[in-house]
Design a protein around this ligand. Structure first.
Ligand SMILES: O=c1ccn([C@@H]2O[C@H](COP(=O)(O)OP(=O)(O)O)[C@@H](O)[C@H]2O)c(=O)[nH]1
Ligand SMILES: O=C(O)[C@@H](COP(=O)(O)O)O[C@H]1O[C@H](CO)[C@@H](O)[C@H](O)[C@H]1O
Length: 297
């Protein structure tokens, strides 16, 4: 790990509190928008929205609005989100499917708060302290633009974060070593300042998180990024084929967001046996692109 990354780790691994009243008092008029991208999350979205609304809107006014961005769901996600008290914002269902990156940028365009919190919608046993701690860390220093969550990621596959460990971390070491002390570079849980984020491009699909880190680094420098401990996160896990496609998007995000990365290669090669048992090769495109900033300076 570079000495710059190690120094950042000491400076920008930020303490945070789960005392919502104390954090709300420190907002001094700033408003907080929670944005949840959701594609077919009917089994978890209702509980997450209800928990935030009851504890961080009604009981303690830390959160100003809860936005669920429907990312082309085909289940009851939007009904559950709306009936739980969220504002539901839909990405267009026509044209190229920009996936999670498109959903996050759509949520950014819809939010009215000064401070935003992105949360994944597939988290089980959601803890509202995620929001409190992320906001607390972000407002601890006016030079911060983005604060990433980190946590333990237990899973039945023997530990979560497979693309993080096998793809994102090695690429960070080689292409953006100053970010190699970010514990969970792909974490969906992120607090941010709205203004600067409006001026950055977003990467489509699952390249959005690593793209966000690289874009904030390039535009605002390493100390504009922080991280804070949320303890544990349990979420649903995709299969290996889905994560292989995610990996293609992660490496494309590096190509789109760093100067010296090789050209993006959005081709995924797979192998399978045909009807006679012979091995055949297949190519699949996993396109990843930049979504222009919402605000041009
Ligand atoms: O095209 C997509 C893919 C994912 N998501 C949301 O992004 C979050 C993280 O996605 P997922 O759980 O698929 O990623 P994983 O945690 O498995 O890496 C979840 O809230 C998804 O509903 C989305 O809004 N649009
Ligand atoms: O960290 C990872 O390797 C992937 C997959 O996690 P698992 O191997 O299913 O625990 O999950 C993250 O990556 C996605 C792409 O950036 C994010 O959208 C997810 O929020 C995050 O969970």
């Amino acid at each position: 790990m570079s000495s710059e990354a190690a120094a950042w780790f000491r400076r920008r691994t930020l303490p945070s509190t789960d005392d919502a009243a104390a954090v709300a008092a420190r907002l001094r008029g700033r408003q907080v928008s929670v944005v949840l991208p959701a594609r077919n999350e009917e089994s978890t979205i209702g509980q997450i929205v209800t928990t935030i609304r009851e504890q961080l809107v009604d009981e303690i006014p830390l959160v100003h609005e809860i936005i669920v961005v429907d990312s082309r769901s085909t289940d009851a996600t939007t009904i559950r989100a709306g009936s739980s008290g969220a504002i539901v914002h839909r990405v267009p269902r026509h044209g190229r499917d920009g996936g999670k990156g498109e959903a996050l940028q759509a949520g950014l365009s819809r939010m009215t708060g000064d401070v935003g919190v992105f949360l994944d919608s597939d988290v089980r046993a959601f803890d509202p302290a995620y929001v409190v701690r992320l906001v607390d860390a972000l407002i601890s220093d006016p030079s911060l633009v983005l604060v990433k969550a980190f946590y333990d990621r237990p899973s039945d596959q023997g530990g979560g974060g497979r693309v993080t460990e096998l793809v994102a971390r090695p690429l960070l070491r080689r292409l953006a070593p100053e970010l190699s002390a970010v514990v969970q570079p792909l974490a969906g849980e992120t607090a941010f300042v709205r203004g600067p984020m409006m001026r950055l491009p977003f990467v489509s699909g699952y390249g959005v998180e690593i793209g966000m880190l690289l874009q904030v680094l390039a535009a605002h420098g390493l100390d504009a990024i922080g991280q804070t401990d949320l303890g544990v996160r349990e979420h649903s896990h995709q299969d290996l084929a889905a994560l292989a496609r995610m990996a293609v998007q992660i490496q494309s995000a590096f190509a789109l967001c760093t100067d010296d990365a090789p050209e993006p290669d959005d081709t995924r090669v797979t192998f399978r046996r045909d009807g006679e048992g012979a091995m055949e090769m297949r190519r699949e495109r996993v396109p990843t692109w930049l979504l222009p900033p919402l605000t041009e300076d």
